[in-house]
Design a protein around this ligand. Structure first.
Ligand code: HEM
Length: 510
């Protein structure tokens, strides 16, 4: 049904209060006489005020601005040699899906064309339960130690005193975090501002595991490849559109679907055996690194098509709750510390943002209603009737046998360590490849101009110099180019000869 049809169909409804009593006149507060006070007995009016007061729920602490749609995820290729997932095991299997795309740092009313990573989330409702993909449009992230996440986000949002965005906070954090520079290179390159949500790819970033019935597994990275191709905006275009139409991306997605142009993405996987992972140049649990496509080619699994706009944005997009911990059998998380942290963080924020029974909301409810021991709490409208809320010998639940055992998986033995990020020369290799091999001359020029424009707004010379030094470690031409454009002196390029030097660099600046 189109939105116009939905709108027309509303006309037939009889107007009522929240308890279903017909109300003759919506705009008629009850008053004692012509000039007297209002009457407390006016349930309709008081209920209306009270409900309005509670209309807003907390916006997402990150990724607050977004838009989404529904559609279908279809398994197109056989990967039964990789996983025992029933859903993925049969070509032609289809599941209803809901996708949400977003920017990260801005509030829910902020501009869609901000230079920022884009969120790329998909909820796939399979017979085996919900499978959520909570991905970004970039294959890497700013950190590999999750303890940094909340403070990192603070520096990308607003200054506690001025409530303004601060280039000093932004670059102060990043220049102390050279491992972030792979993502920084992408962010300030052309891909930093995608043209809407339809023309961008999505990446799990994290390594997962695909598991077979015998318990054997391969490591996996997932990719959504846009069938619309990719398109981006320059800095100038993005600023202009932000002023003219801050909701550009939401409008583009909604109107394309209304026109019947249904965007789609191929869902693909890169895999690596545990033996290959041992020999791999980078740590596969390091979210700041990619796996080369040449060495680990993409293999297609399925296709996501978005063909249906939400009828109600709040119920179907604002209230949707994605979590990396919502996985199906045959797909497991790896030990990537950032992923492990996220497994906890998302359901936790949903309990706060939407309430403890967020999984019962229609958009979040799995196809098979859960049968377990969870009960009660606010808004428990599917409270499992008379089913015992403990393991009863009289009315036992049916338990399915485990599909595989993990006994052959990685064994983790070691001392407790708390220094997850030691920056070494390895961290500069992949950003350097972007500069040397991926960017052409015009892209390099735009990159320099984008960084110089942003970094110039920082007031602290120390922060500017340190940022230039880290860019110099990626490539001396980058720091020289930015310094020239900003009209500041170019610091001696920072070239760590050893891991020890890098640690010393970090200790020095902290
Ligand atoms: C949203 C935490 C890293 C992708 C969120 C939300 C939280 C959060 C609390 C709000 C969720 C909600 O209110 O529903 C974290 C933490 C991270 C982390 C603690 C690291 C320790 C990442 C990474 C990615 C990512 C690495 C991508 C690879 C997303 C996306 C959303 C989101 C796409 C929006 C989900 C939606 O559309 O509802 N994150 N995040 N996050 N995050 Fe993260």
């Amino acid at each position: 049904m189109t939105s116009q049809e939905v709108f027309k169909s509303r006309d037939g409804a009889v107007f009522t209060d929240s308890q279903g009593h017909p109300v003759q006149e919506p705009y008629a507060a009850q008053r004692a006489g012509q000039n007297g006070p209002l009457l407390l007995q006016d349930f309709f009016h008081i209920d209306q005020l009270a409900h309005f007061d509670r209309e807003r729920i907390p916006e997402r602490v990150v990724h607050a601005k977004g838009g989404g749609a529904h559609g279908v995820f279809e398994v197109t290729d056989d990967i039964s040699d990789l996983t025992c997932s029933e859903f993925l095991g049969k070509v032609g299997n289809k599941a209803r899906a809901t996708a949400r795309f977003s920017t990260v740092g801005g509030e829910s009313g902020s501009a869609d064309t901000a230079r920022d990573p884009r969120g790329f989330s998909v909820k796939i409702r399979t017979e085996e339960g919900n499978w959520d993909h909570v991905y970004n449009n970039t294959p890497v992230f700013f950190l590999r130690d999750p303890s940094r996440f909340s403070t990192f986000i603070h520096t990308q949002k607003r200054d506690p005193q001025t409530h303004l965005k601060s280039a000093d906070m932004f670059w102060d954090y990043l220049s102390q975090s050279p491992e972030a520079f792979h993502q920084v290179m992408i962010l300030f390159g052309d891909r930093g501002v995608p043209d809407g949500y339809r023309k961008m790819h999505g990446y799990s970033g994290h390594t997962h595991k695909l598991v077979k019935a015998d318990g054997s597994f391969v490591y996996a990275q997932f990719h959504y490849i846009s069938n619309q191709g990719t398109a981006t905006f320059t800095q100038e275009e993005s600023v202009k559109i932000a002023g003219e139409n801050p909701d550009y991306a939401n409008q583009d997605l909604f109107e394309a679907i209304e026109r019947g142009e249904h965007p789609s993405w191929d869902f693909c996987v890169q895999t690596m055996t545990p033996e290959q992972a041992e020999k791999f140049r980078y740590n596969i649990l390091d979210l700041t690194k990619i796996w080369s496509h040449k060495e680990f080619p993409l293999r297609k699994i399925g296709k996501l098509t978005l063909n249906e706009n939400p009828k109600n944005y709040f119920a179907e997009i604002e209230q949707v709750a994605f979590a990396p911990s919502h996985l199906i059998h045959g797909v497991e998380p790896s030990a990537d510390p950032v992923l492990q942290s996220r497994l906890f963080s998302y359901p936790d924020t949903h309990r706060y943002r939407l309430g403890v029974n967020y999984a019962q909301l229609p958009v979040n409810a799995p196809l098979n209603p859960p049968a377990n021991f969870q009960r009660d709490g606010a808004m428990a409208f599917n409270n499992q009737g008379f089913r015992p809320n403990y393991q009863s010998s009289i009315l036992p639940l049916n338990y399915k046998p485990a599909k595989y055992d993990f006994s052959k998986h990685e064994k983790f033995v070691g001392e407790c360590v708390n220094q997850l990020t030691v920056v070494t020369e390895l961290d500069f290799e992949q950003p350097r490849q972007l500069w040397e091999k991926v960017f052409d001359d015009a892209q390099r020029k735009r990159f320099i101009s984008n960084v110089a424009g942003h970094l110039s707004a920082a007031k602290s010379d120390e922060i500017k110099q340190r940022t230039l030094a880290v860019f110099g470690a990626v490539h001396p031409d980058i720091s020289a180019g930015i310094a020239k454009e900003m009209g500041v002196s170019n610091p001696a390029p920072f070239q760590p000869a050893s891991a020890d030097q890098m640690i010393a660099f970090r200790a020095n600046i902290q």
